[in-house]
Design a protein around this ligand. Structure first.
Ligand code: ADQ
Length: 461
C-alpha cells in the first residue's frame, strides 16, 4: 500500500502537543494513518539550517524535521509567509510588507525542504503538502525527479486575480503550485478565485471539471472543507463541563450569560471590531447591562511580526475603554486574556456559553465555529454568531450570519441570540450539528486522499 507523506511548515510532534493553538496541527493529528511520515520544520532555530532531516518514530508514525537558521526563519517564515502571503491571501493588501530578499528566502527554503525530503521518498509515496508556506514545494520536488502523486491543500483563502497581482511575482507562485496533481480549497469561492488566477497567470483555460492542462501535465482541483472530530469533541466538552475550571467560571458568572470568543491573536480574526460590537450591544441594548459577561481568549501568536504587537496594544486599549465605561463594582463586562488555554478546558467553556462570537474579517474555514456547535448541550444550546467572511459560513447557514465590519449589526445579532426562544435555538443547533458531524477532520482527509489516489499518474505506478 502506498505510504502517505504529509508535509507542512511546522511538524507538531506528539510530545509537544497540548495547550498550543493552531488549526492545522489539530486537524492533521486526527488524520495521520499508521505508517505515515510527517515532514517539516521542527520549530527550532539553529546556527545553520539542517543538512538532513532528523527522523523519530512515535506510535507507528514517523516524523522528519529540520531546523532553520535564523536568517532562513526570518526571510521565509516571518518575512514572506507571514508578512506578505498571509495578509495578501486574507485580502489585506494594505498590510503587505513585501521585500525581495524575503521572497528569495522563501523560494530557497522551499528548495531546502525538497532537498531534505527527496532522499526519504519512495516511488509509491503519496505526498500531501499543506498550506501557504509551501506554495513552491511541489515544483521543487518535481525538479528533483519526484514523479509521485502530489496533492496540495490551502488552509487559508485564495484571492481573485486583481488582489493576487498586488504581490510581485505572484504568477511564479501560481505556476509552481500547478506542479501538484491535485489542489484543494476550503470553499468554492476560493477555488474559483484560484482558477481565475490560473487563467491570468498561465494563459490556460480551466475545463468544466475545474482542472487544467499545462505543459502536458494535468492539475485537478477539489473543494474539501476541513472539519473536526465532532463526536470526540462533544465527549470532551461533556467531560470538561464537570471540571474545576468550568466550575470556577460558573461561580464567577453568578448567573450571568456568557458570550465567548476564542482565537489566535491575529488581525484577520476581527477582534477590535468584535470589541466595538460588544460595546455597541451594551450601548444600544442596556437591558443586558450586568446580565452578560464576554470572555475573549486570544492566544498570542507570531509575536515577532510587528503588526501583531500593535494589534495587542489596540486591544488592550479597547478592552480598557469598554470596561472603563460600563463596569460596575461587582461586574466586569469584558474579560480578555492572551494566554493559550488548553482545548479541553475551552470545550467546557463553550458548552457553558450562551453565544459564541466567531467574527473574522476573513478566514479559510474557522474551526472554533465547529467546535462551539459540537460542544453544546443539544437540549439547551448556545447560539453561534458567525462572520460571512469565514469559510465556515458557506456551509453553516443556520448560524446568525453577520458582516463583522458592521458593529451595530453584530450587536443586534448578539441581542437576537440572547433573547432567542428555546425552540429556535434547538432548531438552529440541530441543523448545524448535523453539518459539523457530516464534514469532519476524517472526512476531509478521506475525500482529499481518495481523489488524489484516483488521479492517473503513470509515472508513479
Ligand atoms: P487558525 O487561523 O489557527 O487556522 P482556526 O480554524 O480557528 O484558526 O483553528 C484554531 C484551532 O486552535 C482550534 O482548534 C481552536 O480551538 C484552537 N485555538 C484557537 N484559539 C485558541 C486559543 N486562544 N487558545 C487555545 N486554542 C485556541 C488555519 C486557518 C483557518 C482554518 C484552519 C484549519 O486560518 O481558517 O480553519 O487553519 O484549516
Amino acid at each position: 500500500m502506498a505510504r502517505l507523506v504529509i508535509v507542512s511548515n511546522r511538524v507538531s510532534l506528539p510530545t509537544e502537543r497540548g495547550a498550543k493553538a493552531g488549526g492545522l496541527a489539530v486537524a492533521l493529528a486526527e488524520a495521520m494513518i499508521p505508517g505515515s511520515l510527517w515532514f517539516g520544520w521542527s520549530g527550532k532555530r539553529s546556527v545553520a539550517t539542517s543538512e538532513q532531516a532528523t527522523v523519530v518514530t512515535h506510535g507507528g508514525l514517523s516524523y522528519a524535521t529540520i531546523d532553520l537558521s535564523e536568517s532562513d526563519y526570518r526571510r521565509y517564515y516571518v518575512g514572506f509567509s507571514n508578512g506578505s502571503l498571509w495578509p495578501l491571501l486574507h485580502y489585506r493588501t494594505g498590510l503587505l510588507d513585501f521585500k525581495r530578499d524575503d521572497y528569495e528566502g522563501y523560494l530557497a527554503v522551499n528548495e531546502i525542504f525538497a532537498d531534505r525530503l527527496a532522499p526519504l521518498l519512495r516511488p509509491n509515496d503519496i505526498i500531501w503538502i499543506h498550506d501557504y508556506q509551501l506554495l513552491t514545494l511541489a515544483a521543487a520536488l518535481r525538479r528533483r525527479g519526484a514523479n509521485n502523486r502530489i496533492g496540495f491543500f490551502l488552509h487559508i483563502p485564495f484571492v481573485p486575480p486583481a488582489v493576487l497581482h498586488v504581490l510581485p511575482s505572484a504568477a511564479v507562485l501560481v505556476r509552481a503550485l500547478a506542479a501538484a496533481d491535485l489542489i484543494g480549497f476550503q470553499t468554492h469561492g476560493d477555488r474559483m478565485n484560484f482558477l481565475e488566477s490560473v487563467s491570468s497567470c498561465m494563459d490556460v483555460q480551466p475545463d468544466e471539471a475545474h482542472g487544467f492542462l499545462h505543459n502536458g501535465h494535468r492539475t485537478e482541483t477539489i473543494v474539501t472543507p476541513i472539519g473536526i472530530d465532532a463526536d470526540g469533541f462533544t465527549r470532551t466538552a461533556k467531560r470538561a463541563a464537570g471540571m474545576a475550571e468550568t466550575k470556577r467560571l460558573i461561580e464567577s458568572l453568578v448567573g450571568r450569560a456568557l458570550a465567548i470568543g476564542v482565537d489566535r491573536l491575529d488581525y484577520t480574526k476581527g477582534l477590535p471590531q468584535r470589541f466595538d460590537a460588544f460595546g455597541q450591544l451594551l450601548h444600544r441594548h442596556p437591558e443586558h447591562l450586568r446580565k452578560i459577561s464576554f470572555l475573549q481568549i486570544a492566544a498570542r501568536s507570531r509575536e515577532d511580526v510587528d503588526r501583531y504587537q500593535s494589534l495587542r496594544r489596540e486591544l488592550d486599549r479597547k478592552a480598557g475603554d469598554i470596561n472603563g465605561a460600563y463596569s460596575d463594582f461587582d461586574w466586569t463586562p469584558l474579560r480578555y486574556m492572551t494566554r493559550a488555554v488548553n482545548r479541553t478546558t475551552i470545550a467546557g467553556f463553550y458548552r457553558l456559553a450562551r453565544i459564541a462570537l466567531v467574527t473574522p474579517l476573513r478566514d479559510g474555514m474557522n474551526l472554533v465555529a465547529k467546535e462551539f456547535i459540537a460542544a453544546q448541550d443539544p437540549s439547551d444550546p448556545g447560539v453561534l454568531v458567525l462572520s460571512r467572511f469565514a469559510g465556515a459560513a458557506e456551509e453553516m447557514t443556520e448560524a446568525l450570519i453577520v458582516n463583522p465590519y458592521d458593529a451595530d449589526a453584530v450587536a443586534d445579532a448578539m441581542h437576537a441570540a440572547l433573547i432567542m426562544p428555546h425552540e429556535e435555538r434547538v432548531a438552529r443547533h440541530t441543523a448545524l450539528l448535523a453539518k459539523v458531524r457530516g464534514t469532519t477532520a476524517a472526512s476531509f482527509c478521506r475525500d482529499f486522499l481518495n481523489r488524489l489516489k484516483a488521479i492517473e499518474n503513470p509515472a508513479a505506478l
